[in-house]
Design a protein around this ligand. Structure first.
Ligand code: AMP
Ligand code: MG
Length: 327
C-alpha cells in the first residue's frame, strides 16, 4: 500500500519471551496477505480484478476481507453523505497522485468522470450477517460501466486491525502497529498510562519521533491513549504543487477536485478501519460538518486542523479537546 508499517511489542524481558518474534512475523504475514488483495498499486490484486469488472459493469464474487472493508466504506459513505466514497477511483486516476504522471486534469475529463462516482451504484449482495445461512460468497455489482474502486482511504486501517488481531492471537498484550497515518494500540499494566499519540504538524517536516523535543517541537499536539485506533488524513501526505497551488490526494467527490476545507483530520475510534474511513470523510467535510459528525457517533473523537485568515486553526470534539495538549 505504498507505506511503511511498524510493529512495536513491549515486554519486560525479550529473552524470556521467545514467542514475540514469531508473533510479529505472523502479524506481518497477515498484513502482507491483505496488501496483495487491496493494493491499488498492483495489477494482480483482488481490487484490480474488481475494477476490471467495473470497467464493463456487472457483478463479481469477492473475498470476506474485501466484503468487510466495502461494508465499512458504504457505512462511511452513508453517514458522510458521500464525502467518503471509494468509487472516486476514476477521478483519482485522472489526477495520478503517487505516479510519475501526476497533474491537473482537463476540466472536461473531470466532468465526464463525475457521474461514475456514486457509491449507491455499487451494490453488495449477501450481507455478512446472512453468511451463516449458506456458503454463498459475497458479491459486488456495478450499475454503471466504467466504475472503479480505490480502497486507499480505508484499507490500511483494516490491515492494521488484522495485524493487531494476529498479535493478540499469538498472546501479545502490549503493542502498537503503525502504517503511515493509521495506528492501533493495546496496553498492559506495564505501559498503561504512559503512551502519547503525537499529532503531526501539517506544515513542519516531522522526520521521526526521535526529533520530538521536550516541548514537542515539530508536532502540533499530543494526547494520551492506551487502547484504540487513531488515523490522520492530511493534505501533506501525497501532493504536488503547480503554479503555487497545492493539489493533494483527498478528493471531494462532489467536485472532483482536492477537498479544500481541512489541512488535516485526526480520528480516534475503537477500530482502525473505522478511524481510517472517518478521517478521510472528516477531511472532506471540514471542521464544521466534520466535528459535528464525530460528535454524533458514539466512541469517536476527532480533531481537524484548517486554514482561516491565513493561519492554522483547529477544532475538536469535546472529549478530545480535554485530553489534547497543543504546542
Ligand atoms: P487517507 O490518507 O486515509 O485519508 O486516504 C487517502 C486516500 O483515499 C487517497 O490516496 C485515495 O486513495 C483515497 N481517496 C481520496 N479521496 C477519497 C474520498 N473522497 N473517499 C474515499 N477515498 C478517497
Ligand atoms: Mg483514511
Amino acid at each position: 500500500m505504498d507505506t511503511l508499517v511498524s510493529i512495536n511489542v513491549y515486554t519486560k524481558d525479550l529473552a524470556a519471551d521467545p514467542g514475540i518474534r514469531r508473533a510479529i512475523a505472523a502479524a506481518f504475514a497477515e498484513m502482507a496477505r491483505l496488501d496483495s488483495l487491496m493494493s491499488s498499486f498492483r495489477e494482480d490484486s483482488e481490487v484490480a480484478a474488481i475494477n476490471r469488472c467495473g470497467a464493463t459493469g456487472g457483478e463479481i464474487e469477492v473475498s470476506a476481507d474485501i466484503d468487510t472493508v466495502l461494508r465499512m466504506a458504504q457505512w462511511a459513505a452513508e453517514i458522510s453523505a458521500g464525502a467518503f466514497d471509494v468509487t472516486v477511483a476514476p477521478i483519482l486516476r485522472l489526477w495520478g497522485f503517487g505516479t510519475d504522471s501526476a497533474g491537473v486534469p482537463a476540466p472536461e475529463k473531470i466532468a465526464a468522470c463525475l457521474p461514475l462516482v456514486k457509491f449507491h451504484d455499487m451494490a453488495l449482495a449477501n450481507a455478512a450477517t446472512n453468511r451463516t445461512f449458506g456458503n454463498e460468497k459475497s458479491r459486488v455489482r456495478f450499475r454503471q460501466p466504467g466504475m472503479a474502486i480505490d480502497l486507499g482511504g480505508v484499507a490500511k486501517g483494516y490491515v492494521v486491525d488484522r495485524g493487531l488481531d494476529a498479535l493478540v492471537q499469538a498472546g501479545i498484550r502490549d503493542a502498537m502497529i503503525t502504517a503511515g497515518g493509521d495506528l492501533r494500540t493495546i496496553a498492559s499494566p506495564m505501559t498503561s498510562g504512559q503512551r502519547y499519540i503525537w499529532i503531526r504538524h501539517p506544515r513542519v517536516d516531522t522526520v521521526s519521533n526521535t526529533t520530538i523535543g521536550a516541548e514537542g517541537k515539530n508536532f502540533f499536539g499530543r494526547f494520551r491513549l492506551d487502547a484504540g485506533a487513531v488515523s490522520t488524513s492530511g493534505d501533506y501526505e501525497r501532493f504536488f504543487i503547480k503554479d503555487g497551488k497545492r493539489y493533494h490526494h483527498i478528493i471531494d467527490p462532489s467536485s472532483g477536485y482536492p477537498a479544500t476545507e481541512a489541512v488535516s483530520a485526526t480520528v480516534v475510534a475503537k477500530t482502525s478501519v473505522q478511524a481510517d474511513a472517518l478521517s478521510t470523510a472528516l477531511f472532506v467535510l471540514g471542521p464544521e460538518r466534520g466535528i459535528a459528525l464525530a460528535d454524533s457517533l458514539p466512541e469517536v473523537e476527532a480533531m481537524i486542523i484548517y486554514h482561516e485568515r491565513e493561519k492554522l486553526q483547529w477544532r475538536a470534539t469535546k472529549a478530545l479537546q480535554e485530553k489534547l495538549k497543543i504546542f
